[in-house]
Design a protein around this ligand. Sequence first.
Ligand code: FAD
Length: 310
Amino acid sequence: PFDVLIVGGGPAGAAAAVYAARKGIRVGVAAERFGGQTNDTMAIENYISVLETDGPKFALALEAQVRHYDVDIMNLQRADRIVPAPTPGGLVAVHMANGGVLHSRSVIVSTGARWRNVNVPGEAEYKNKGVAYCPHCDGPLFKGKRVAVIGGGNSGIEAAIDLAGIVQHVTVIEFADALKADAVLVNKLKSLANVTIHVNAQTTQITGDGQKVNGISYKDRVSSEIHHVELEGVFVQIGLVPNTEFLKGTLELSKFGEIVVDAKCHTSLPGVFAAGDVTTVPYKQIVIAAGEGSKAALSAFDYLIRQPVD
Ligand code: FAD
């Protein structure tokens, strides 16, 4: 059995692996895709001490650092169930989709999250070529340009306010008949001169010139007319979904499906810790996920040294 088994190999899982391995204990990482969401990122310009890198390079560097230590990396492995230890301090079982079962004295869940797609023509084609999901990450890439934000909930309106300070113009496109964000945010948005809001608007297509985005089309759901707006960027803000489907009924989850953790990354199950985008910790960013992964490993180590000797 492992002392620490990490499920998920993104920035949170990689940081947890490095911190745990440096304690000289038995560490394993089971991950579907090492590097996680960073594989899908073009430019990363906000990881402190790294002026600029790209996602695939960053993902390779994560794996190389973990491989530098004596960590058992199990790639292309998907967990589909966690079974709590039968007795306090006993072994937690992680069941894999391929039928295998891994046992560990402690487990760190760092399975991350995924952005919900709008699923219209052009979205996949122009991902990272004008289609973006994270205003903190990619907002500055659109400095002085025109963008749309799809989604009028809190994250969409926060993104629109944020972007309005950087870009030339923001078009907000909301499917429902009103913006759903908090009134204080909606009022702030409406006070901005370079923002246009369309409600009852269904995005139908993200258009491009073959290389990058050049516009967005939406249907007015009242008149059924199709409109087209010329612009350079589209931020899709219709939800971030935590990868916790396999944990329902095992760990306490928030109403958004995030694993509820305390400041030390404890979950509702003793011996099971969680870190990164999969948790209730706010602001889903690489540097934050890495910090949380380090904390989870230190908490797991603290848990292990407090187990009575048998
Ligand atoms: P993830 O990176 O999501 O990693 C999750 C890991 O768990 C992966 O290895 C995955 O394969 C694995 N996994 C999932 N389910 C299972 C399972 N059941 N069993 C086993 N393994 C599983 N942040 C920034 O700070 N700067 C940026 O510039 C930036 N740009 C971004 C651009 C894009 C397009 C996207 C999508 C995100 C961007 N982010 C950026 C956000 C950043 O990538 C995430 O905050 C960060 O990767 C979260 O790390 P994590 O380890 O918590 O999860």
